[in-house]
Write a protein that binds this ligand. Structure first.
Ligand SMILES: [Zn+2]
Length: 156
């Protein structure tokens, strides 16, 4: 094992090959419960601090304001509102999309935070801040944000 300070650039060597990197990402305690409820019941959960009277989405296990442990879980109403939005014109490989994709930060009344997700079943000119939206869930859910297909203008 080479450990030490490189004091001459000429001593730097290049190694070619693969470096095995393994990792496991977990949702954490609150995320696990959130995604399990989304997958199994099709509901959005948040946690509430009774001391601060704040509700958090994504749910947190400790209140970021008073540091109290949060044990009160609440089910969010089925409808939220577009707080802000943007349109995507290219995919991740910078290929031009045939149609722009609307992405919004969806918030819920009285809740700190929200969810960033795609909008669907909406014309670009209809998208605006304050638009009331509802989640369209996948028929087969696996416990991830993809369980929400998109948010669409709510249909009462
Ligand atoms: Zn608090």
């Amino acid at each position: 094992m080479l450990v030490g300070k490189i004091d001459r650039v000429g001593r730097i060597r290049t190694l070619h090959g693969d470096m095995g990197v393994w990792h496991k990402y977990t949702f954490g305690l609150a995320g696990e419960r959130f995604f399990r409820a989304l997958a199994e019941k099709g509901v959005l959960l948040a946690t509430r601090c009774e001391t601060c009277r704040k509700t958090y989405l994504p749910p947190k296990i400790y209140c970021p304001t008073c540091f109290a442990e949060l044990t009160v879980w609440v089910e969010l109403p089925p409808r939220g509102y577009v707080e802000t939005y943007t349109f995507l014109y290219e995919d991740l490989e910078e290929n031009r999309l045939t149609e722009p994709v609307a992405v919004a930060f969806v918030t819920f009344p009285g809740v700190e935070g929200g969810i960033i997700h795609r909008l669907g079943e909406v014309r670009p000119e209809e998208v605006c801040s304050g638009l009331e939206v509802e989640a369209v869930l996948a028929a087969e859910r696996s416990g991830g944000l993809q369980d929400i297909l998109y948010f669409r203008p709510s249909r009462e």
